[in-house]
Write a protein that binds this ligand. Sequence first.
Ligand code: CDP
Length: 228
Amino acid sequence: MIKKQITIAIDGYSACGKSTLAKDLAKKLSFIFIDSGAMYRGVALYCLQNNLFDDDTNPKQVDIIHALKNITLSFQLINDNNCLFLNGKNVEELIRGGEVAAVVSKVARIKEVRMKLVMEQQKMGANGGIVMEGRDIGSVVFPKAELKLFITASQEIRTQRRYLELKSKGIEAKIETISSNLAERDLMDSSRKESPLIQVADAIVLDNSKLTREEQLDFVLDLVRNLV
Ligand code: CDP
């Protein structure tokens, strides 16, 4: 069905189903799928592993900026799952845990971290045919994307989805912890100085609180059909 290698940018709050939608779309269209949040999580994990936070879990900014040259991130498809590799090691499981979730938005506020990751993301999408999801994809990474989506869902539903997702991966977490982490990250991501999460004027808003996985995919595929 698809002839044109368009770019699809998906942004939105934490745990609103961006990854699920992006993965489904990429599979259907035979496009590349990139979870940009995994890359920020990868940098946060490196910082945890290398003592780059102070005792109050504030990032040691100067040291982190200095360490960026030692961080190599890549994705590899393993059992149909796009896994993040940090300096050659599969860290897909580690980056999803509570420890990383608690600090990732503090690392994602650092301008130099964003510059490095945005540059890598733009390289990955240089030839189009890509679905990328995150917070600044339609605004900063691919401002000229042919299709921009802004996904929303109620806080309650997002918490429930994240709880079930973690549980299915064997990661135990309390509902209250997940809920407060999502709220904290949403606030930090929306209010930061460097490329905050915003809904750009040309994005199509999709509230998927009451949609099934198939329904949200069909909705977006209809939009894609009008573009190609
Ligand atoms: O999966 P979830 O929605 O919980 O978050 P994520 O997409 O894995 O992103 C984790 C964190 O990385 C976010 O809370 C942001 O602080 C940061 N992030 C960002 O700043 N810019 C992006 N393009 C993607 C993620």
